[in-house]
Ligand binder design. Structure first.
Ligand code: SER
Length: 636
């Protein structure tokens, strides 16, 4: 079965059982400041697990786009990817274990409206309990699983206590079908095991289903005996039913949530791979198509590099579609790392590098456009952002690799200064240099590298201060330190101007516009934003007119300090919310925050009334990078 069949059948199966099919949320978490990316189906649904009524009802099913940066180094084997689609079905205080486990088992084993897996190839795990927190073992699930297996003709269903991976690899499976493991394996929360969870974090025991690939022999490198959670690849996890009924208290204990929830998550591609009885998920339709494009245009057959490129390009496409652009921090940095890492692996495949990234990007968009319309809607933007980053890096990376070779020729280590040079002059993220170092068996002095980064940061700060007559001016959003009062007043007027500009751009060009950076000196405000074409003269004129109308209306500019979660609810714009303190100040232009013309998270300072700005002129509109425009605004 290919992955689109699995996705369709799964959603239909749960729709037929009273679930509303809801679309995937963005990869950029909305209102969840705990992670940079959406890494599971439950994150966007957290409020409903905590009791808020879901508009679609108590039963919901979806296929959620997920990105896990922490798996980046695992990519290259037959089953890890950074991006994946997580099939989900949800009970918000509705059905419980019996329905959940029976339905999932039915979906997996039914050949007509499910996947048709052989039940004898399925093995399951359950929670063994946690003594420290007094949480009991999940014997209920064991009883349900026993019945399910028996009813499908699998006899002699035994439950075995394995508890930890270490123990499991020394005692083996002992002919079991159901296995008890501790919290490390069979407890789910966003933060991990119960001891790692902060207060007010929900979590619960889970029950995972594994598919056995009989063609994969156990590898003793991973332990004497194989078992479901062994890393040799013989058993692959294909679904996880979380019984989310607990919440951690301030007193480091657990109590029951007001409602019992089911959070099921299953890897779409893994289920498709199981349906083909092929342990390599890179052979299924979607990833397989990407692998073919790469192979067509390269000579080396390094499976690992082909997989890395296929995975990273797909992740990059989805991230760009959700508004991420390459940069040196946070999400943008990860995107940059993915693209640059793909370029490096391309170099392993062909002497002059893999040069068909544009074709590959288009392929990803075509493969997923029907299910995820944001890809189709942003096609040009995605291609141009990706290709711009890829081309820029491709130009320097060969020089960087040559430099790296030169550095290690005289010894077997990379100094802090060397690593810094590679990053500053050749654009090598430190992780790439580390990767090269591992390949070449050389050591990097990471502490010295970090010290070097700090030293340069200080130096460039000092440099910037010099540029503005010994006083730092605005270097980044929100932070102002000005020289003398006159300059401060001008910069403050321009700072408020950027807020008006941001809003006016969104009014004229649509809400996809968002800030990508800003820089203000007494001479002008520079404002960068995400948009993929040149503005027409009419659009520039409209933006300018709106700004000057708001200035003429002399609206008050006010500040309100709110807890971050509440501030987000006001609809205020922000850059990267991780950047701001909690509580955060929101500046708004207007009589009240509800009907404000503009509202943004910001450190200030701002004028007190828009009339103080005077008159604004847009002096220039130009491209700074693919997909990013820059406006220069001056007071006139
Ligand atoms: N939250 C669980 C997971 O991510 C199941 O959806 O594995």
């Amino acid at each position: 079965m290919n992955s689109s069949d699995v996705r369709r059948k799964y959603l239909e199966f749960f729709a037929a059982r009273g679930h509303a099919v809801v679309p995937s949320a963005s990869l950029i978490p909305d209102g969840d400041a705990t992670t940079l990316f959406t890494g599971s189906g439950m994150q966007p649904l957290l409020p409903y697990l905590l009791g808020k009524p879901h508009p679609a009802g108590k039963r919901v099913t979806d296929s959620q786009k997920s990105f896990r940066a922490e798996d980046i180094d695992e990519v290259g084997d037959n089953r890890h990817t950074t991006f994946f689609e997580m099939l989900g079905n949800w009970s918000f205080g509705d059905y419980w274990k019996k329905e959940q486990l029976s339905w999932f088992f039915e979906f997996l084993t039914n050949a007509e409206y499910g996947v048709g897996l052989d039940p004898r190839k399925l093995y399951v795990t359950v929670f063994a309990g946690d003594e420290q927190y007094g949480i009991p073992a999940d014997h209920d699930s064991v009883a349900i699983w026993k019945e399910l297996f028996a009813s499908s003709g699998v006899s002699d269903v035994r439950a075995v206590e394995l508890l930890t991976e270490e123990r499991a690899s020394t005692v083996g499976m002992q002919g079991g079908r159901i296995f008890y493991y501790g919290a490390k394996k069979n407890w789910w929360s966003r933060a991990g095991t119960p001891d790692k969870m902060p207060a007010r974090e929900p979590g619960g025991p889970d029950s995972e289903v594994f598919y056995e690939f009989e063609s994969v022999p156990h590898d003793e490198k991973f332990g004497k005996f194989c078992h479901p959670n062994c890393d040799c690849g013989r058993y692959m996890e294909i679904g996880n039913s979380v019984f989310m009924e607990y919440i951690k208290t301030e007193a480091d204990m657990f109590e029951k949530l007001e409602q019992r929830n089911v959070d099921f998550g299953g890897g779409l591609e893994r289920i498709a791979a199981a349906s083909l009885n092929n342990s390599d998920i890179f052979t299924i339709d979607s990833l397989g198509a990407l692998v073919s494009v790469i192979r067509e245009h390269t000579i080396s057959l390094s499976t690992q590099s082909v997989r890395v490129i296929a995975d990273h390009v797909r992740s990059a496409v989805f991230l760009i579609a959700d508004g991420v652009i390459p940069s040196n921090k946070d999400r943008g940095y990860l995107l940059r790392r993915l693209i640059r890492r793909a370029v490096l692996h391309g170099a392993y495949l062909a002497p002059s590098g893999f040069s068909k990234f544009d074709i590959l990007v288009e392929k990803v968009i075509n493969l997923y456009a029907v299910v995820y319309p944001e890809l189709q809607n942003n096609r040009e933007h995605i291609v141009s952002i990706f290709v711009a980053e890829e081309r820029a890096f491709s130009k320097t990376y060969q020089g960087g690799v040559a430099e790296f070779e030169r550095m290690i020729a005289s010894g077997n280590s990379i100094s802090g200064a060397d690593a810094f040079l590679l990053s500053a002059s050749y654009g090598f993220p430190i992780e790439l240099t580390q990767e090269l170092a591992v390949q070449k068996h050389v050591i990097i002095d990471l502490d010295a590298y970090r010290a070097e980064v700090d030293r340069h940061r200080e130096l460039s700060k000092a440099g910037a201060q010099k540029k503005f007559g010994g006083h730092g001016l605005l270097l980044d959003t929100g932070e102002l330190k000005a020289a003398n009062e006159d300059e401060l007043r001008i910069v403050t007027r321009l700072h408020t101007t950027t807020h008006l500009l941001h809003r006016a751009l969104r009014m004229v060009l649509g809400d996809t516009v968002h800030q990508a950076g800003s820089d203000i000196t007494p001479a002008r405000a520079r404002f960068d934003f995400v948009f993929n074409r040149k503005l027409t003269p009419e659009e520039v004129a409209s933006v300018e007119r709106i700004i000057n109308e708001v200035i003429a209306a002399d609206l008050p500019v006010q500040k309100i300090v709110l807890p971050k979660s509440q501030a987000e609810k006001t609809g205020a714009l922000y850059f990267f919310k991780e950047k701001y303190p909690d509580p955060v100040s929101v500046y708004f232009v207007g009589q009240s925050i509800e009907d404000a013309f503009s509202k943004e998270f910001c450190g200030g300072p701002h004028v007190t009334h828009t009339g103080e700005i005077g008159h604004v002129r847009i002096a220039k509109e130009e491209a700074v990078a693919a997909g990013i425009r820059r406006i220069r605004a001056v007071l006139s």
